[in-house]
Design a protein around this ligand. Structure first.
Ligand code: FPP
Length: 251
């Protein structure tokens, strides 16, 4: 079955990426261009989050991971940091009903202990209330960075070695995966970054080894369902080789 897009290409419903990760960038510039404070760009960014989550849920995407707040974002001005934390609370309050209607399971990755108690409590409630849903897994990366995650993974594996639970020779991809925040989540197949920045910014560094990358100039508040579907169509036209030759994967 395929879906015909208004402006562009067709999407094959039987070849969807199981996991899409998004670096939602450009909120600040969107607001500045309009002479507004950065927080207004983040507020508009929440509307885009709603549109894309609904689109992903309707399409049947299994996992959508959003980079909502990085470890490095704590160094931003205090009013922006706490504005973003409050915005998360409001976004959860305003959208929980819709999240439930869309059968979404809310999950988080990152150092949640670093979040203000109110934000942490709201998130924890929302995760608990949606854990029996069976549709899209919406993973919010909060106070997350890949180097933080990898450092924790190394510490945890080292401790297991000291405790005699595993031996150094047995450390492999499976053991490493099982010590990451994403242990129950497949690697992303498609990573989208908005706003014309061509970098990964400490996001899922281990997990994106073979992920297809899609960069767009569009600022996150202007990103639409159409462009999301275009990114998926673009992904479906790529030949994924995983280190093999083109001939090998085609035969
Ligand atoms: C990057 O844009 C965006 C962020 C640091 C925050 C993203 C947060 C949201 C979209 C809202 C909350 C999310 C959820 C899941 C409800 P930027 O500020 O770095 O933009 P700039 O590069 O133009 O300055």
């Amino acid at each position: 079955m395929s879906v015909l897009l208004k402006k562009t290409k067709e999407i094959e419903k039987n070849n969807l990426p199981a996991h899409i990760a998004i670096i939602m960038d450009g909120n600040g510039r969107w607001a500045k261009k309009r002479g507004n404070i950065r927080l207004l760009g983040h507020k508009k960014g929440v509307d885009t989050v709603n549109e894309i989550v609904t689109a992903a849920a309707e399409l049947g995407i299994q996992y959508l991971t959003l980079y909502a707040f990085s470890t490095e974002n704590w160094s931003r001005p205090k009013d922006e940091v706490f504005g973003l934390m409050d915005l998360l609370v409001t976004a959860l309050e305003n959208n929980l009903k819709k999240i439930q209607q869309n059968n979404v399971v809310l999950r988080t990755i990152g150092d949640l202990n670093a979040l203000p108690p109110k934000t942490r409590a709201k998130l924890s409630d929302a995760c608990e209330n949606t854990k029996n849903n069976t549709g899209l897994n919406l993973v919010l990366a909060l106070s997350y960075s890949a180097r933080w995650e990898i450092t924790n993974m190394v510490k945890s594996i080292a401790q297991d070695c000291i405790d005699g639970k595993i031996s150094v020779e047995n450390i492999d991809n499976t053991i490493i995966n099982s010590h990451l925040c994403t242990r129950e989540i497949p690697d992303p197949e498609l990573l989208i970054r908005t706003s014309g920045e061509y970098r990964i910014s400490n996001f899922l560094l281990w997990q994106i080894a073979y992920t297809e990358l899609y960069f767009t100039e569009t600022l996150w508040p202007d990103f639409t369902k159409e462009e999301f579907l275009n990114a998926i169509a673009d992904f479906q036209n790529r030949e994924r080789r995983f280190g093999k030759t083109g001939e090998q994967v085609r035969n």
